[in-house]
Write a new protein. Structure first.
Length: 78
């Protein structure tokens, strides 16, 4: 059996089916994430005050992650 030309890479039948299965599951997961994104974006954004609090949380989280990346990337050799 040669699924998607995977046999030329030395994969046996089970391994070929496993690779295709992983690709199918990954595609279904991406589709589900895209559908959930649509559901979340369709929801009400809340009051003006709720949006201000969210913006403050977002700014703080972005600052924290930026600081972490600047601190740890040099340690990782990136």
């Amino acid at each position: 059996m040669d699924i998607l030309g995977l046999a030329r890479h030395g994969l046996n039948n089970f391994e070929q089916i496993a690779v295709v299965g992983v690709l199918v599951v990954a595609f279904i997961s991406l589709l589900y994430a895209w559908l959930l994104r649509g559901v979340v974006l369709a929801k009400d954004k809340g009051t003006k005050k709720m949006q201000e609090v969210w913006n403050a949380i977002r700014i703080g989280a972005d600052s924290y992650l930026t600081r972490q990346l600047k601190r740890f990337f040099p340690l990782l050799g990136c």
